[in-house]
Design a protein around this ligand. Structure first.
Ligand code: AMP
Length: 288
């Protein structure tokens, strides 16, 4: 496996390969874990060549967010990527990805998804976050010449927004959704889980348990969104809940009543001590 740090190296590495081989891309911010690993495995199974990008993208972080303290573990990441079968790890520096004007004026060409997709859920509290995500993903798609790109459903809104970008900007890349990987106790695995105190780590599985409870109620015939959302809120009384919302998977609009299978319940909540922002979601189907 090759580790490349510059755009020039990446471009020359893929220049010939993409003509004869399908390239799969797994975009990450590093601190790789079992969730990332499942995406890499899927890419390795479905493509002849897999590129894993490891880049903590400054453009998608707000001024008061955790950009500086985000865990950076490149050496370990490369071992995991290699052992999982990746062919290249692309780990550029911020100054490799953005020109000087970004660092002096906070300006760069941005890819901005539709307002109706970003004015809700995570986009509501994280202004500009999805502009940053789409911008870096568009750059990575161009640089890697990938045929397929792998995104986790843990960040469901991100997956839908990237899909929308691909459709509306006519990228040839296919966006592949991958299931959420969880710890044994149900906690959705995240690079940010390292911020949890011991007590918070014990508390954190309550989020997935609350979503399971809502799912159980839905399966028992309760279709009123508020009742289901209130159930989750009640279960998460120890957290500072940012949102609990049920949306339709068709258009991602908030729904008051679930009229057919295929809706999604999403939650974002901060832990009581270290205020770690945890997100999770569950697709609501009656027969699974
Ligand atoms: P990140 O490094 O957190 O930006 O995540 C990179 C990719 O891995 C995104 O597509 C995430 O949705 C995905 N991912 C992160 N955690 C998980 C998980 N627990 N299960 C599945 N996918 C995940």
């Amino acid at each position: 496996m090759k580790i490349v740090h510059t755009i020039k190296e990446l471009k020359s590495a893929v220049a010939e390969i993409y003509k004869t081989k399908d390239i799969g891309l797994v975009p990450t911010m590093g601190a790789l874990h079992e969730g990332h690993k499942s995406l890499i495995e899927k890419s390795v199974n479905e493509n002849e060549f897999t590129i894993v990008s490891v880049f903590v993208n400054p453009v998608q972080f707000g001024p008061n967010e955790d950009y500086d303290k985000y865990p950076r573990t490149l050496e370990k990441d490369c071992i995991l990527a290699q052992e999982t079968g990746a062919d290249i790890v692309f780990a550029p520096s911020p100054s490799e990805m953005y020109t000087d004007i970004y660092f002096t004026e906070k300006e760069t060409t941005l890819v901005c998804p539709p307002y109706t997709y970003v004015n809700k859920l995570c986009g509501k509290s994280r202004t500009g976050h999805f502009d940053g995500v789409c911008t870096v993903v568009a750059k990575l798609f161009n640089l890697s010449k990938c045929k397929r790109a792998y995104f986790g459903k843990k960040d469901y809104q991100q997956f839908l927004i990237v899909n929308k970008m691909v459709e509306e900007l006519n990228f040839d890349t296919e966006v592949i959704p991958c299931p959420i990987v969880r710890e044994e106790d149900g906690l959705a695995i995240s690079s940010r889980n390292v911020y949890l105190s011991d007590n918070e780590r014990k508390l954190a599985p309550k989020i997935s348990q609350a979503l399971n409870k809502a799912e159980k109620l839905y399966k028992s015939g309760i279709t009123d969104s508020k009742t289901l959302e209130d159930t989750v809120l009640f279960e998460l009384s120890e957290f500072d809940v940012e949102y609990v919302e049920i949306v339709s998977l068709d258009n991602f609009h908030k729904i008051d009543k679930i009229v057919k299978d295929g809706s999604l319940i999403l939650v974002a909540a901060r832990t009581p001590e270290n205020r770690v922002r945890l997100i999770d979601n569950k697709e609501l189907w009656t027969n699974c």
